[in-house]
Design a protein around this ligand. Structure first.
Ligand SMILES: O=C(O)[C@H](CS(=O)(=O)O)OP(=O)(O)O
Length: 240
């Protein structure tokens, strides 16, 4: 199995995705929020590029969700904090979600054979499902504002570590993947502080989202994987 790591959403091209499984990684916070929402019973999550598009797609019962500048969008039901996605609020609802980086990365990955949503919260399950799908893998770090984000790189390194332990044959890594594996192994006993020291981690903490950062660093908190089906993410695997 070949595994390639791409440093930010704008670095991927459609031709790279042919016959591949793409795992879209956005630890802070989009993918962590999507995993939490589906685990809490949301029917599906549809990633949407713009605020206007989200509004135009809304049908009765749908929740309009997302952030700009890390804050809930005016008039929307929920923002981008996993804590907002409680069972009472999201149960059986379709979620239309637009965020700065994470939903854009998901939309960019749509040409792949399989698109999975991965974060620290479900890293082990995500690696296992990717292994079972028997395709070469791209780990697409969503990044922040078209730049590499350290927390996504750490998560990519963790998934490579997990993929390697699942396989008899070695995982063939590109150089960036090799670097991310080393980055993860150097920080594996201090993931929470490494994420809290990242640019986005520091920004979110400054804005009052320290608990979000702490929650998003819980490795393997869930054993299920959001998987793209048409234009929406649905659950694959167990529930918690
Ligand atoms: O809301 C978030 O956590 C981030 C904000 S930022 O653009 O990275 O500063 O957005 P996301 O799309 O979840 O990376």
């Amino acid at each position: 199995m070949q595994v390639q790591v791409i440093s930010s959403a704008n670095e991927i091209s459609a031709s790279q995705m042919v016959n591949k499984t793409v795992i879209v990684i956005d630890v802070l916070r989009t993918i962590s929020t999507i995993i939490t929402a589906l685990a809490a019973g949301a029917a599906s999550v549809t990633p949407v590029e713009t605020v206007m598009e989200a509004r135009s797609l809304q049908r009765a019962g749908d929740l309009l969700c997302g952030e700009r500048f890390c804050r809930k969008i005016t008039g929307f039901d929920l923002g981008n904090s996993p804590f907002e996605y409680e069972a009472l609020t999201v149960d059986s609802r379709r979620i239309l979600l637009t965020t700065t980086n994470g939903t854009r990365a998901l939309l960019k990955a749509m040409r792949a054979d399989y698109v999975l949503a991965g974060a620290l919260l479900n890293a082990g399950s995500c690696a296992r499902l990717a292994h079972d799908l028997r395709r070469d893998v791209i780990l697409l770090c969503a990044g922040a504002h078209d730049q590499f984000a350290a927390e996504d790189g750490l998560c990519a390194g963790l998934m490579i570590d997990r993929l390697q332990s699942l396989r008899q044959a070695p995982v063939e890594l590109d150089d960036f993947g090799l670097a991310m594996l080393g980055f993860y192994r150097n920080n594996e006993h201090s993931i929470e502080s490494a994420v809290a020291s990242s640019l986005t981690g520091k920004k979110l903490i400054k804005l009052g989202y320290k608990k979000d950062v702490e929650l998003c660093t819980k490795i393997d908190h869930f054993n299920m994987v959001p998987r793209l089906n048409g234009d929406s993410l649905l659950l694959a695997g167990g529930t918690s």
